[in-house]
Structures are given as structure tokens and as C-alpha cells.
Design a protein around this ligand. Sequence first.
Ligand code: PLP
Length: 464
Amino acid sequence: LDAVGAALPDIASSIAAELGDQRSNIKLIASENYSSLAVQLAQGTLLTDKYAEGVPGHRFYAGCDNVDAIERRAADLARKVFGADHAYVQPHSGADANLVAFLAVLSQTVEAPTLARLGHTNLAELPEPAWEALRREIVGQRLLGMDLYSGGHLTHGYRHNVSARLFEAHSYTVDRETGFLDFDTIVRQARALRPRILMAGYSAYPRRIDFARFRELADEIGAAFVVDMAHFAGLVAGKVFTGVHDPVPHAHIVTTTTHKTLRGPRGGMVLCSSEYADAIDKGCPLVLGGPLPHAIAAKAVALHEAGLPDFGRYAHAVVDNARELADRLRGHGGRVVTGGTENHLVLLDVATSYGLTGRQAESALRSCGLTLNRNALAFDPNGPWYASGLRLGTAAVTTLGMGAAEMHEIAGIIHDVLTPAQPVDGSRARFDLPDSAVAAARARVAVLLDRHPLYPEIDLGLLA
Ligand code: PLP
């Protein structure tokens, strides 16, 4: 940090201040975690200087021997941890990983048959009129995924995302009454639409999904089945989600981020069955330019950690903690979407429970030392900006070593903050919260964090 400070003092002090922030607030953001220092240090190396377009053993740059070794090792570890046929570790993010998956399906199922019919092997040599006809066929295929407002991700066909511009995108929702996915409705929709890609996976859905049923449906309608396990990859690696709830044996392609429950560096990854391996490995040039070798080294470290027995215990504790948190919030009279959770996240309906918008609840809790995010609930009358819900995740607090007693206390703090918080003048953003409530909550947060410190081995002295 001294070297950063010598170059740009304000950036060094923001980094140090972020450590101070994360040490003095309880992180309940469901998409975040605390990666190990080994992960962070692997990422902060001279590997950032390398270009390595291509795949190991087949690069478009000289001098890639060490990057080859790193990428091979990361992919081997990914295959082993998840039991996958093939792993592609280059995507820079979850959004990239999804685009790689989509374009691989399109090249395998639309482009390749056309090229074969026309007697070509190389797309670049296709005459212009044939290319134009093929391009028109590639764009506008159907994609069926989970609606953003039901807990899906914007890369699954949200209109403002490239996925809805590349595809004719359709979505399925959760049941209005129960909040659960209704598989019979999904089957009817899928049979009527016959999408090229059937997608499952979520950012804000607190339940497990039966991926075996989805795969059966995909086979029936001739779709490629793609699962985005960005949020729950750690629960798959840690063997909490097994059998029909493990997407890897059932999906053609599985995409993920590496930085959420998996507890690695920010990044993405694609796993697939052998039939898609060659198409997925063309992530560059399909979507990506050069890979990020420093990020891939950090992914390797994280995947190694995820294969250790300790990680299995961690993943089970994440889910136990989420269940405890949901139960305790309900015990205080809160409405928890679907009545509970089977994964790492809890959706609390703060509009019904406390007469607040998600935005007010998010700000009130942050002022008391709890960092989390507001979330639109399905069919939310408050829309995504103000929202009616909070999304709470237990991945980070479990990394700190917190357990049932701490979840009990956190649920109590949340209730004791949201109860006195009152909207001001019918505003959906402003609220009143007595100073005494803030002080009491902050004191309770400090006790929890003193007992479960973040990176106690780091001492930044006055900077922190
Ligand atoms: N897919 C899902 C299900 C996600 O929740 C997210 C991130 O929140 C992404 C993809 C995108 O990941 P990234 O932010 O790394 O692009």
C-alpha cells in the first residue's frame, strides 16, 4: 500500500478506508464475500502485464509458458471441484461468462450446421451474402430465463441488457402467492416457445432448483440447458447442493462468477459437457479479448481452497446461518419471501413487515453498521429503485466465523432498527430514525465485529 500511496495517495487512502469500512460494518450483501489474502495476493502480481489470447498450448503471443501452466491448473481444479467435463476460466466476470455460453450455443447449434451445409469450415471465408443470411439467423433466436424481478439476473434476457437484443427473450416468473417457481407453468411456456436456450439460475431467489427436471424439459423441446450458478457456486463446490440440485451433471453449460459464495477473486468461469468444450474455448474471439492471467492465478488459489474439507463445512454453515436468520426475522414478525430459505440468501419484505421501502430500510440499516441491498420483490409496486424488499446473504459473515447466536443477534438488530424507522411525509426515500436506536444498534454491531475481526493479520496503522 505504501507503493500505491507513493503514486496516488488518495487511492491508497481509499483502499485503506475500505478496509476500515468493512471492519466496522457487518456485510450482508448476498453477492459479496471476503476472499483469502492468498487469493488477493495472487491477483496483485506482474501477471497483470501478460497478454495470452488463445488457450493453453495454442496462444497468439510468445512467452506464455507460465500463463499456460496457471490456466491449465485453474481449469483442472475447476473440473475437479465441480466434477465437470470441461472448464473455461478466462471470463472476466459473470456477465462475460453468460455471453460466452450464449454465443457458444449459437455457434454450435446455428452457425456450425449452416457452415456444414454450405461446405465451409471457416466462418471468415464465408461469402458476404451467405454471412449476412447466417448473421440474421444467429440474432433473434429464443431465450427463456427467469424474470429479473422474480430474482433472475439482467443478463438472462432483461430488455436493457445485450441478451435481450441478441435474443428474442422471454421470461418465467415466480408464483404470485407463494414466491416459488411453478414448474408446471414453466413447462407450458417452454413447450409453447421452444427456445434455443432454456436458462435457470438467479440473483435473488431463496430456494433450490430441481435441475434434473429442467434438463428433461430442455431435452423434450430441443433446447440447450444453461445454468447460471453465480450466486450458489460455493454451495455446489461445498456439496450442499447435490443430486438434482447440482447443476453440473444436468446442464449442457454452467456459468458462474468466482467471487460470491465461491469466495474467489472477481471473475467468471464456464463449465460444460464435452460436446460444448470447443465452442466454449472460443470465448476469445467470441466475446473476450486477452484473458486476465493475474485473475486466473487467483481463481486457481480459490478453487484449491474450495476443494478443501474446510470449505464444505463453510458452505453448510452458510446455509444453516441463512436459515437461522430467516427463522429469527420471522420470529420478530417479519415476512420472509417463500417463508424461509434453502440457500445463502433471505428476502425480507420490509413494506409489509415494517411499512418502509427497501430504500429506506437499506439506508436505515447502513447508518447502524449493517451493509446490505434493497431488492425488488416479484410484482413489486415500489419498482426496482425504491423496492419493497431487502436481500440479505450470509456468505461473508460465515467467513468471519459467525454462527447461530450471531444470526439471532443480527435479526434482533435489524428488527430493532426497522421498527422505530418511520417514513417522512409519505416519502419513499426519507425516513426518521431516533439517534438512540442508531447508537444502540452500532454498539451491538461493534460487539459482533470485535469478536469476529476481518483480516486481523493486516495492520495498516493510522491509515486504517
Ligand atoms: N449472473 C448472476 C446470477 C449474478 O447474480 C451476477 C452478478 O450479480 C452475474 C451473473 C454477473 O456477474 P458480474 O457482476 O461478475 O458480471
